[in-house]
Write a protein that binds this ligand. Structure first.
Ligand code: UDP
Ligand code: MN
Length: 257
């Protein structure tokens, strides 16, 4: 058991809290050697904090950081994402030497402990603009200094998309030049790829490590039939959503009142 390394996720409300619970269970399912930590903000309820404490090694309360950038967020058609600036708090986890951040809307489907051998900032390309990285999965090194610099950078320059991804891509702007930091897409397969390149999903799908349910249609917002135990979704998405729901119903829902 190697200390000083941890997975980190974030939930600013109970819905994303459900996602975070599934993230933690997915890490258990694949037998990760590393603990998982969740950052939460004041609006997460006491009941949810208790659930989170049962599966996470640490539940850490942080303040909300919000880009307040309505104009860029409107362009992204995701007005709610200003709050993702809260993610930057992960650099304050200086009790750890190396961490991997995971969005609360991801599912780890195969063990990826090898990610901890990578350096800051390692991440996979974004399908919308592959010279940018997607900030749903990234390897980082906690540092109070980096935290301050990121905050100052955000205050001076803002974020080109209004969310954390724009800020992080501007700050770590040499990412696309360093091939060692460019993670294979298999570590952050965003659901948009299912629509844009289905044959590739068919061809490479069995090597998939992490699936990321980007966009407004989160797994926990999908129609699920508790009698047939199946999720109502397009065929190519169904398998992955089913995996999420199987984990949710077997590990999380049974413990909800
Ligand atoms: N998040 C959160 N509360 C929100 C919005 C986002 O806690 O209201 C966190 C959560 O960890 C989420 C991450 O910020 O996974 C990034 O947001 P999201 O996954 O919705 O963005 P997308 O991946 O769809 O671009
Ligand atoms: Mn996400």
């Amino acid at each position: 058991f190697v200390l000083h390394r941890a997975w980190v996720t974030l939930a600013t409300n109970d819905s994303y809290g459900l996602g975070a619970l599934v993230v933690a269970h997915s890490l258990r399912r694949v037998g990760s050697s590393y603990p998982a930590v969740v950052l939460i903000t004041p609006s997460v309820t006491a009941a949810m904090r208790e659930r989170l404490r049962a599966v996470f090694a640490e539940v850490i309360a942080v303040d909300v950081l919000d880009s307040q950038d309505a104009a860029h967020l409107a362009l992204l058609q995701r007005p709610e994402l200003g709050i993702t600036f809260t993610k930057i708090h992960c650099w304050n986890l200086t009790q750890y030497e190396k961490c991997v951040f995971l969005d609360a809307d991801i599912l780890v489907v195969q063990n990826c402990d090898e990610l901890f051998e990578r350096e800051e900032l390692s991440a996979a390309p974004d399908v919308g603009w592959p010279d940018c990285f997607n900030s749903g999965v990234f390897v980082f090194q906690p540092s109070a200094d980096t935290f301050s610099r990121l905050i100052a950078f955000g205050q001076e320059r803002g974020s080109f998309d209004g969310g954390d991804q724009g800020l992080l891509n501007s700050y770590f702007s040499n990412w696309s030049q360093d091939t060692n930091k460019r993670l294979p897409f298999l570590y952050n397969v965003t659901s948009a790829a299912f629509y844009s390149y289905l044959p590739a999903l068919k061809h490479y799908g069995q090597d998939l490590k992490i699936i990321h349910f980007i966009g407004a249609a989160k797994p926990w917002l999908q129609q699920y039939n508790f009698e047939s135990r199946s999720v109502d979704a397009p065929e190519h998405l169904k398998g992955f959503l089913q995996l999420w729901w199987d984990l949710f119903t077997s590990q999380v829902h049974t413990q909800l009142d």
